[in-house]
Design a protein around this ligand. Sequence first.
Ligand SMILES: Nc1nc2c(c(=O)[nH]1)N[C@H]1C(S)=C(S)[C@@H](COP(=O)(O)O)O[C@H]1N2
Ligand SMILES: [Mo]
Length: 364
Amino acid sequence: MTARPVPPGSGATAWAPETVTDAPYNAQTPAAALAEPLTPAGALFVREHFGVPRTDPATWRLRLDGAVAHPLTLGHADLLVLPHRELDVLLECAGNGRTLMSPLPPGLPWGQRAVGCARFAGVPLAALAARAGIHPRTVEIVFTGADSGTVHGRPTAFERSLPLAAALHPDTLLATRMNGEPLTPEHGAPVRLVVPGRYAVADVKWLAGARAVTEPFTGVFQAEEYVYTASRGTPEGPVTTLRVKSLITAPEPDTALRRAHEALVTGRAWTGGGIPVRRVEVRAVPLEDPDAPLAPWHEAALEPPAGPYAWTGWTHRWTPERPGPYRLQSRATDADGHTQPPHAPWNAHGYGCNPVAGVDVVVV
Ligand SMILES: Nc1nc2c(c(=O)[nH]1)N[C@H]1C(S)=C(S)[C@@H](COP(=O)(O)O)O[C@H]1N2
Ligand SMILES: [Mo]
């Protein structure tokens, strides 16, 4: 593996995620950390259903079994010596932005920052699957975390499945490192799955097993949670590919900007499936001027992303002419022509919320 240098600030950091719930621990990325191209491990949002299980690299084992010719058991050291691949990957919880939905669906009340981008190094699952000999009738691989708890009165492990083709994609990684360092406990040490371009529920942490199955998996986190239900315009079923989205990193909300002075509006944009963000547009909507014509969109300048699964930085220069309150908005469009909708797209569990982003400022 040829590791690229990691930008300063991407490892240990003074930033702490902002707690949403204490037990299990769930926290979102602090706003300041979103300005970094790679989110420091200590700042990246955390999503746990059952708390962090105790895992020790010395005794950790990954089993690859089910419909395979040769079941495999690997230790951490076995995995570390295999060829690794390194990718910058955007992680977003499918519930990110849920609090914009009305009425508010059940689930964690995420703001807009259950998102970040990290550099993962890992062994493609495909390399191990080739050794195990996947049975031709296999339709999915089920991934099992070492964490478990009680769901609907039954002991339940955290399990998610992937269609076989996605599981065997060369970019689907058994990740051992994040931002150039071993995974931290809250982000899945010693080994987690990383499936670039999908909602992060796919990225099973504390990975203990990968099981080839010949029928679609119907576990709780596959068929009851993390599914689109009662959604307009989306087929019902598990959340999969990330929806196109942007956020504004500067100016901060409620900043006072000076009239006739150029302000720098910056942010990030991303989409799923490994395709590029094609365009980000920005506009300033006057909030107290009912006679103003509809604010026009302006094309922002895009920075080249650090790979097909990383986010894209963007900037726009805005010189406000009139004083008053404004809402700065950003809208991303991807190479498939998908654009952020004007309003939060509602569904029963509150997933995939990707409306046009907004920050309110005042011009003085
Ligand atoms: N084993 C396990 N893996 C898991 C989860 C979990 O609760 N247990 N949560 C998932 C969800 S819903 C998300 S959004 C991501 C969050 O990854 P992070 O905490 O490293 O940011 O982990 C996923 N992997
Ligand atoms: Mo999530």
